[in-house]
Design a protein around this ligand. Structure first.
Ligand SMILES: NC(=O)c1ccc[n+]([C@@H]2O[C@H](COP(=O)([O-])OP(=O)(O)OC[C@H]3O[C@@H](n4cnc5c(N)ncnc54)[C@H](O)[C@@H]3O)[C@@H](O)[C@H]2O)c1
Length: 385
């Protein structure tokens, strides 16, 4: 095992998919914060929240991946941050412990047991840190029959499951809060019930990092002015592993559904009803030259009084993992604080961070999402008193 770090972390992020683009960017952010926190803390939404968790700049990272390469090599391959900016953190990166994923073919119960063992060892290594599971596995497809299972035992015996489920069940059974940043469904009724019973917070699903974040802001602004949205065309190009993975229509369908459904929900009507079909179109294209530097275009057609048409163009030149990593850290801090306050189960109030918030009655407009966060923060401090 690598040698012990010298600082005492406040939160331990246990990352499924830790050598991926977001996972390695989180690791780099954690390393940066041990030396010079400001460039990272200034990009967090929770830096000034939850003093009860301890120093917000001290985050430990551990986790699992199927890639048999050192973390530094994964960081280099993803190319999210230029090497000149992370070379000084190489020794910190080499101390991060990333274990192999459980064998893909092993029964779910065996995978869960193995992961629980890993989780206990990680927690023993960082006894003062509050552990959180952050799911950053690749986008996959939904498995419908899991929604119908009624007991934990039946779920543990199932043979068709996503690898995500093993991590999430292991975490819930170890009383570790969960952040599901992926579009993959893991919040099955059995999982939610067990999380509620144990007081384990579940946050998810599908991080709202770039185009969809601005879609919520703009749709809320148009709605607030009673401007009628007649159509919305969204295009994304990206060249990272997530983009390549999303070229598989089965894997992309969850993400496209999350991206599409939320506009009608915010506006309160079906965009395109006049045409007898949705005029909200979302496309994702894998375009290797861009790597992590994602670009998105939106064409928004809307109408004012007398039904007169107007149009708006948005061009976002973003960076996928640079937008996502601070959100993963923020979410880890939210669920750690929720757990400490004794608030468990699905947390719909975290809808600000997600395309498809879990739980009942998530906030829909941007204003509602900000208000829900403040309300949740007040609830956390009230429960702590
Ligand atoms: N970047 C964004 O803006 C954004 C926004 C919303 C959602 N997401 C989602 O976040 C997730 C992670 O994105 P990313 O860009 O880091 O993806 P990535 O493909 O770079 O990383 C996924 C990692 O998971 C590893 N992996 C695969 N199977 C595994 C298993 N069984 N156990 C452990 N590790 C395993 C892979 O080796 C890889 O390192 C994806 O589901 C993506 O759709 C990303």
């Amino acid at each position: 095992m690598p040698s012990e770090p010298t600082v005492s972390p406040s939160v331990l992020m246990l990352i499924a998919g830790a050598k991926g683009a977001i996972g390695t960017t989180v690791a780099l952010a954690a390393a940066q914060m041990t030396k010079d926190p400001e460039p990272i803390l200034s990009g967090l939404t929770t830096a000034q929240r939850f003093p009860e968790l301890g120093d917000s700049s001290q985050i430990a990272v551990a986790g699992w991946d199927t890639l048999p390469i050192p973390v530094e090599e994964a960081v280099r391959r993803h190319g999210v941050v230029p090497e000149a900016q992370w070379r000084d953190h190489a020794s910190h990166l080499s101390r991060i412990e990333i274990r192999p994923a459980p064998p893909e073919k092993a029964p779910l119960a065996a995978q869960v047991e193995a992961l629980q063992g890993d989780m206990r060892q990680f927690m023993a290594r960082y006894p003062s840190a509050r552990p959180v599971l952050v799911n950053l596995l690749p986008a996959a497809w939904d498995i419908a029959q899991l929604h119908r299972l009624e007991t934990l035992d039946a779920m543990l015996q199932t043979t068709a499951f996503l690898p995500d489920l093993a991590y999430v069940l292991a975490a819930v059974l170890c009383d570790i809060p969960v952040v599901n940043f992926t579009p993959n469904t893991v919040e099955f009724p059995v999982v939610c019930r067990e999380a509620r019973r144990r007081g384990v917070p579940l946050a998810g699903r599908d991080g709202k990092t770039g185009q969809t974040y601005f879609k919520v802001v703009l749709a809320s602004a148009l709605k607030a002015r009673s401007l009628y949205v007649d159509g919305w065309y969204s295009l994304n190009i990206l060249g990272n592993a997530d983009g390549r993975n999303l070229m598989d229509p089965d894997r992309a369908s969850g993400k496209l559904h999350n991206k599409t459904q939320l506009l009608d929900e915010i506006l309160g009507y079906k965009v395109g009803a006049a045409y007898g079909e949705s005029s909200h179109k979302v496309h994702i294209d894998y375009y290797p030259p861009r790597g992590d530097a994602k670009e998105a275009w939106d064409v928004i057609d809307f109408k004012g009084i007398f039904g007169l048409p107007m149009s708006l163009r948005l061009n976002l030149q973003g960076r996928d993992s640079i937008l996502a990593a601070p959100m993963a850290i923020d979410l880890a801090r939210w669920v750690a604080a929720l757990k400490l306050a004794g608030i468990g189960g699905p947390i719909p109030e975290l809808g600000f961070y997600f395309k498809k918030a879990v739980g009942d009655g998530p906030p829909l407009t941007f204003q509602e999402q900000l208000a829900a966060l403040e309300h949740l923060a007040r609830r956390i401090s009230a429960e702590r008193k």
